[in-house]
Design a protein around this ligand. Structure first.
Ligand SMILES: Cc1ncc(COP(=O)(O)O)c(C=O)c1O
Length: 222
């Protein structure tokens, strides 16, 4: 069974628009991913044989289907994160598009995070290096002691996760307060120390809902 395939189709097309690539009829997208119980990765890339800096005139859309185990090697996953000086996306850039370039730019620091026993890199905002944005492949939620949830707002520099959107909807349906607002690393540290913050979790299609924890940490199953 597919989870919100239209939402994934819409984001695919929003990403394509941002990258000057053609959009795909949503029905075609949904038909292409229907019926799979595998990890499905709809993709589009330019196929025109030309050397130049301009949008291509020919593209291929395909769905890669591969057997998938747990995102994390351990059965009881918790994500351990690493904060560093690298940044992921600047305002006006391609941070909100699901595109290979965003991941390419995060590989060095993610490899360094793995080498140090962590699972993911935490990206802070480019301008002040202060505000929490997201992880290399997951959005973040902060669970406060008063029962409210905080998640960094969409603003063009983080990926609009379908899981994030679903959790916001479900939480609000249950009567919980969800605030989409900026949250600084310093505030996170002091709220965690004071007990004002109960839990932080990461979310994404592959990572589902996974708490953040220190060590010992399971390694991401890449
Ligand atoms: C950078 C980034 N943020 C967040 C997410 C979570 O998005 P979704 O819930 O749509 O899988 C992903 C997953 O693809 C991601 O790569």
């Amino acid at each position: 069974m597919l989870f919100r395939p239209q939402a994934y189709a819409a984001r695919f097309n929003a990403s394509a628009r941002r990258l000057a690539m053609p959009e795909l009829p949503e029905d075609l997208f949904v038909a292409a991913v229907e019926g799979g119980s595998l990890y499905l990765r709809p993709s589009m890339f330019a196929t025109e044989a030309v050397l130049g800096v301009r949008p291509a005139r020919a593209y291929k859309f395909l769905v890669i289907a591969s057997p998938a185990g747990n995102y994390f090697k351990s059965g009881a996953p918790a994500v351990s994160i690493w904060v560093n000086d690298y940044t992921r996306a600047a305002p006006g850039g391609t941070g909100a598009a699901k595109c290979g370039g965003n991941y390419a730019g995060s590989l060095v620091q993610t490899a360094q995070a793995f080498a140090q026993g962590h699972d993911q890199v935490l990206f802070l905002d480019v301008a002040e290096h202060r505000w929490v944005e997201e992880l290399g492949g997951m959005n973040l939620f902060f669970v406060h002691a008063d029962g409210s949830l905080v998640t960094p707002p969409l603003g063009g520099t983080i990926l609009p996760g379908i899981t994030r959107d679903s959790l916001i909807t479900l939480a609000r349906d249950k009567g919980l307060t969800v605030r989409e607002e900026r949250y600084s690393l310093n505030q996170w540290r002091s709220d965690a120390a004071s007990g004002a913050l109960l839990e932080t979790f990461a979310c994404g299609t592959a990572a589902v809902v996974t708490p953040l924890a220190k060590s010992p940490t399971p390694q991401a199953n890449f």
